[in-house]
Design a protein around this ligand. Structure first.
Ligand code: NAD
Length: 428
């Protein structure tokens, strides 16, 4: 699903190789961790509303399950590729490890555009996906969740199909379910809120007052909207948000120099995170080209859309004012752009640390499903805050003591834990 020639899987392997070399990882462990343990490729035929049959491609990749069942979302995207799913499954392994939850890494994808499918067609697609995989996933092997363009509604259809096939109730098979149907309170907000918990900690370390900061976001979907909400609640000001416009097949940036009105913007945003361009203009937003989000004179840039968005072609458009890049999306920065960012001394909070709130809350959802006892929202969010803050501090302390950047420090912690698990199990 990359928008350029950058291959996310090669990037994920490059990042891994660099740190594996730095920590002197033995060859067998390197070989085992630099690629997925298992992957499934399959076809999903769907009877469409017009009577035709359309065949969709599906993937599920289990990168590593030494620390616990594989865990990761299922993306719906017309440009989904196996290499994107491989990279994302690998990042899931590091993500679960860096926040120290007992799960491995997996990821799934369907090459489709749910924006062009009816509710019934979406349901058939979800059920078809599970029919192809039902014997290779499950609460103790691999636990899916929502991701780009998939939601709680899709998870419930998938759960229902899984339970029908296996003839029993398995609420722990999938997370991100609707509240009241085995879902956890706080899961919807968890990734976005988690992103802001680590930002809050970073700003404390950098001695920057959050109430005096401004930010520009790319994306206004599941992750970005809750990140924007909490950031503004803590006193920050969002001046620009970019999102994709499906009708025009291009992205736009919406800017309000004195700060966006969150509630008003949500009112004119659809379920896929598209802000209505005409209504935004009526509300006084400047409508700029899609990539304008990266050029804003702000303190904080938050890529929260897709991978490969900060590249060598646009990294030099980042304003001198920017002090923090908060990677809310997975893999938003290419390695060559990363070097420029590190060279400029911008404090970058890496993706698999910054956006680990979603999987952490998914883990809480599994725990609650297993107990069949559900926590209040405050309890969920407070546990999430504790986990994210603690993970941030461990990475920050290591980055200071070993004089390495935050991405490398996060990798060192994550890889060491997984390497220890594969060794303890006697795999290498
Ligand atoms: P989403 O589908 O809800 O929202 C994506 C947003 O990005 C939308 O607003 C869309 O318009 C925008 N977008 C897409 N292409 C764009 C472009 N070229 N320019 C500008 N905007 C564009 O997805 P999401 O769940 O918010 O996920 C966003 C990122 O966060 C992804 O990288 C995903 O893998 C990652 N992530 C998601 C979760 C989660 O819990 N949902 C957890 C961890 C990581």
């Amino acid at each position: 699903m990359s928008t350029t020639s950058y291959n996310p899987y090669e990037i994920a392997q490059q990042q891994f190789d660099k740190v594996a070399e730095k920590i002197g990882l033995d060859n067998a462990t390197r070989e085992l961790l630099r690629q997925p343990l298992r992957e499934y490729h399959f076809l999903i035929p769907v009877h469409m509303d017009d009577g035709s049959v359309q065949v969709f491609k599906g993937f599920r990749v289990q990168h590593n399950d030494a620390r616990g069942p594989a865990k990761g979302g299922i993306r719906f995207h017309p440009e989904e590729t196996i290499d994107t799913v491989r990279a994302l499954s690998m990042w899931m392994t590091w993500k679960c490890s860096v926040v120290d939850i007992p799960l491995g890494g997996g990821k799934g994808g369907i090459v489709c555009d749910p924006r062009n499918l009816s509710e019934r067609e979406q349901e058939q697609l979800c059920r078809g996906y599970v029919r192809q995989l039902a014997r290779n996933v499950g609460p103790f092997t691999d636990v899916p969740a929502p991701d780009v363009m998939s939601s709680a509604k899709h998870m419930l259809w998938m759960l229902d199909e899984y339970e029908t096939i296996h003839g029993a109730k398995y609420p722990g098979f999938i997370t991100g379910k609707p509240v009241g149907m085995g879902g956890s309170l706080g899961r919807t907000e968890a990734t976005g809120f988690g992103v802001i918990y680590v930002l809050r900690e970073a700003l404390k370390k950098l001695e920057i007052d959050i109430t005096k900061t401004t930010a520009s976001f790319q994306g206004f979907g599941n992750v970005a909207r809750y990140a924007v909400q909490l950031y503004q609640q803590l006193g920050g000001t969002v001046i620009a948000i970019s999102c994709w416009n499906q009708n025009d097949k291009r992205a736009y940036t919406f800017r309000k120099r004195d700060g966006i009105d969150y509630n008003a913007l949500i009112e004119i945003t659809d379920a896929f995170g598209t802000i209505n361009k005409e209504k935004a203009a009526d509300l006084g937003y400047e409508v700029l080209p899609g990539d304008a989000w990266i050029e804003q004179d702000v303190d904080i840039l938050v890529p929260a859309a897709l991978e490969n968005q900060i590249t060598i072609e646009n990294v030099n458009n980042i304003s001198k004012k920017v002090k923090v890049i908060l990677e809310a999306a997975n893999g938003p920065t290419t390695p060559d752009a990363d070097e420029v960012i590190q060279g400029r001394g911008i404090f970058l909070i890496p993706d698999f640390l910054a956006n680990a709130g979603g999987v952490t809350c998914s883990y809480f959802e599994q725990v609650q499903c297993n107990m069949n006892y559900y926590w209040e929202k405050d309890e969920v969010l407070s546990k999430l805050d504790t986990k994210m803050t603690s993970a941030f501090n461990s990475v920050y302390d290591l980055s200071l003591s070993k004089k390495m950047n935050m991405r490398d420090a996060a990798y060192v912690i994550a890889i060491n834990r997984v390497a220890q698990a594969v060794k303890s199990r006697g795999w290498v």
